[in-house]
Structure formats: C-alpha cells, structure tokens
Design a protein around this ligand. Structure first.
Ligand SMILES: C[S@@+](CC[C@H](N)C(=O)[O-])C[C@H]1O[C@@H](n2cnc3c(N)ncnc32)[C@H](O)[C@@H]1O
Length: 303
C-alpha cells in the first residue's frame, strides 16, 4: 500500500478506510479519537439513548430484531441494547455486521448474551446475507466506505420491517471534521460516502426521513494540543498524517486554528453531527409508529 498521500490520486479512500480499520493501529486510532471527542461515557451514545431510543418505549414487540452495520468493536451497540434492556425489559436478536476481523475479534458480546441472541457476520455489508425484518437498523459512523452508494443504500432500505426504523449517525455536512476530511482526503481518487450523499438518495426516492442535529464539544489543554489534535489527525488521515506535504500540513494547522476557540489555557472544539431516522413509506401504522418521536427536536423533516 502506498504511504505517500501526495501521490495517492489513483487510490480509493473507501478501500484505505476499510483496510486501516482492519489493523491494530487503525482500531487503536479510532478508539483514541472516540475517547477524545466523546469521553469515557460516550456522549454520542448518551444522546442516542436518552433523546432518541428512549422515545421507542412503546415498541410493542418483546424481542426486538436489530441489525448493526459496521458495528466496530461492539461497544456502542452493547451500550444501546443494555440501556433498552434495563429501561424497557426488552430482549433482542442482533445481527452484527463488521468487515474488520481485527474489530470483530474485539467485539466481545458476552455482557449482552443474557438478553440478546447475537449473530456475528464478519463480512462487508454489501455481501452480507441478512434476514431482514428488523425493528432497528443502526449505521453509527459506518457509511463512509459504502462501495456503490446507491445500491448499498437500497440494501439498507430493504432491511426494516413495516414498523422498523433505520438510525444513521454521522458528522453533518460542513462540520469541523468534515472540513478536515476534505483537506486530508484531497489526493485520493474518490470520496467518502457522506451523510449528504445518503440524504440525496433518500430525497431522490421521495422517502420520509427526519434529521436530528446535535453538537459534540470537547476541549484540550494547550500543553496537550499537539498530542490530542495529532490523535484526531492520525485517525482521520488513516495513519498517514506524517506523509502529507508540508504545505498541506500548514493548511490543516491553519484550518484548526480558524475553527477552534482559544480560551488561553484550553482550546475548545465543536463538531456538528446528525442522526437521520428513516422509515418505510406508506406503512399503515406510520402515525402510531412515529408519534414516539414527537418530543425529539428536529430540523428538515421530510414526508
Ligand atoms: C468509524 S467505525 C464505527 C464503529 C462503530 N459503529 C462505532 O460507532 O464505534 C466504522 C466501522 O464500519 C465498518 N465498515 C465500514 N464500511 C463497512 C462495510 N461496507 N461493511 C461492513 N463494515 C463496514 C468499519 O470496519 C468500522 O468498524
């Protein structure tokens, strides 16, 4: 694999992303990144659980069928199912799809096995043989390497049952990290599949969806700035930050300075993220199914 970012125009960011996540370095880089942005209690999962999934309390089935696409090391889906189990006494059938054998090895599901039947599928989602009929389908920061966006989205859309919900989480268009990715990915021959690409496909298909924006904020002490931004850049560049040209590194540093808040001892960062909820069009119980989300703040509702 080429390690020279400046001469990378023929290589694919989507392939590089999947390969990096299939290494110990990649798994560590992502874990470190998550810890910086979301903290040890994972603020993203707290938002999902408390602001979105809690509103599903009146789901009528006792056993929910769940699919987690690109589940990584499984920590997040364990937190989600643990929450729903403790709060609503639900049980689950989980299909856990992950292309990285490194991350799949780390995905220890024994903590949820008392209330969850788990089927692990170590494969690309595009190739996964899935049962369908799910109540919940999760895509948590896992759409970026979808190979053929449109066909892959069609496969995702085919998965929920008639009352089911797809829950996709990603950085928002024009977010802080979105801008960094643009700088870091410039020399690849393709782009990551982003949330705007997903929403464009949904709009073209006239499918109902709802966006729930949220903000992830974090701060670093000035003395740790180089180390912490280095960890973020290491993840976003897929371990190749050091291979960037000096000019590109200068652009990245300037971008970070211009898009953060210097409070003297600490530098504050903010990332705009979005939860996209997608459901089946024309389902008979739709008003019932979605009244649960009445309390969720929303923008850009489409129906
Ligand atoms: C950024 S990580 C997120 C992991 C987890 N959802 C989380 O939030 O911690 C993206 C994950 O999606 C997986 N992934 C990306 N594209 C995939 C695909 N086409 N099929 C299966 N897994 C995929 C990667 O291997 C990686 O584990």
């Amino acid at each position: 694999m080429s390690t020279n970012l400046s001469a990378n125009t023929s290589s694919s960011i989507r392939e590089a992303y999947k390969q990096f996540l299939n290494t110990e370095d990649g798994a560590r880089a992502y874990e470190r990144f998550k810890h910086i942005l979301y903290g040890p209690d994972d603020s993203l999962i707290q938002i999902l659980n408390n602001n979105v999934l809690q509103c599903l309390s009146s789901v009528s089935a006792d056993v929910l069928r769940v699919c987690d696409i690109g589940g990584g090391d499984g920590k997040r889906i364990k937190r989600i199912l643990g929450f729903l189990h403790q709060k609503f006494a639900l049980r689950f059938n989980l299909d856990f799809v992950e292309q990285s054998s490194t991350l799949m090895r780390m995905a220890d599901v024994h903590e949820i096995e008392a209330f969850t039947e788990v089927r692990k599928l170590e494969t690309l989602f595009e190739n996964a043989d899935l049962r369908g009929g799910y109540d919940l389908v999760f895509l948590i920061h896992s759409i970026f390497a979808f190979q053929d966006g449109s066909a892959t989205v069609d496969k995702v859309l085919s998965l929920p049952n008639s009352r089911g919900m797809i829950v996709a989480v990603s950085n928002a268009k024009d977010s802080f990290l979105g801008g960094l990715k643009e700088l870091l990915d410039a020399s690849y021959g393709d782009n990551r599949f982003e949330i705007a690409d997903l929403m464009r496909i949904l709009e073209n298909r006239a499918l109902p969806f709802r966006q729930i924006p949220f903000e992830t904020r974090w701060a670093v002490r000035k003395e740790a700035l180089v180390q912490e931004t280095g960890a973020i850049l290491n993840w976003l560049s897929l371990g190749r930050y050091e291979d960037l040209t000096d000019g590109r590194k200068g652009d990245v540093c300037q971008y970070i300075r211009e898009n953060s808040l210097d409070l003297g001892q600490r530098i504050v960062f903010s990332e705009d993220e979005v939860i996209v909820l997608i459901w089946q069009p024309g389902q008979p119980n739709r008003s019932l199914g979605y009244s649960h989300f009445g309390r969720v703040p929303e923008v850009g509702r489409k129906e």
